[in-house]
Write a protein of this length. Structure first.
Length: 141
């Protein structure tokens, strides 16, 4: 049986991962329900990519982004304005001893992945990758 000392520094426990995913599902339900009275959220299509929970389960960080024309920063700012109402709804729907304090952070991972794909599609970089792959194949033979 492993314990917390067997994990690498900064690695999250199964309990934290499970709690984060549960909170993520409930946050999606709360945001989708439309009960939040924050005008900035009207018409926003929001994605909650990941929720990370602290070891004591008292704090959670939700990585959010907007679909269509809404920047992740706009989405995070609007959700942070409504976080009291979100926490209240989270407490009602979450089957947990304590309701964590949630803060919303812009999730730029989608933008980063798009930029990486754009860079890899450039002719110069694609040629370099193919040259290196060919050199590795010749080295293994």
């Amino acid at each position: 049986m492993s314990n917390r000392f067997d994990r690498p520094q900064g690695a999250r426990s199964q309990r934290q991962l499970r709690a984060g995913e549960n909170i993520r599902h409930v946050l999606v339900e709360v945001i989708r329900s439309g009960h939040l009275r924050e005008p900035a959220l009207d018409g926003m299509m929001i994605t909650v990519g990941e929720v990370r929970v602290s070891p004591d389960m008292k704090h959670a960080t939700a990585f959010v982004s907007g679909l269509s024309s809404h920047a992740p920063e706009q989405v995070a700012e609007a959700l942070n304005k409504a976080k009291k109402a979100i926490r209240f709804e989270l407490g009602r729907r979450l089957e947990a001893k304590h309701t964590p304090e949630v803060r919303f952070i812009p999730d730029t991972s989608y933008d980063d992945a798009f930029e990486m794909n754009r860079l890899l599609a450039q002719d110069r970089i694609r040629a370099d990758i193919e040259r290196r792959a060919q050199a590795e194949e010749e080295g293994e033979s």
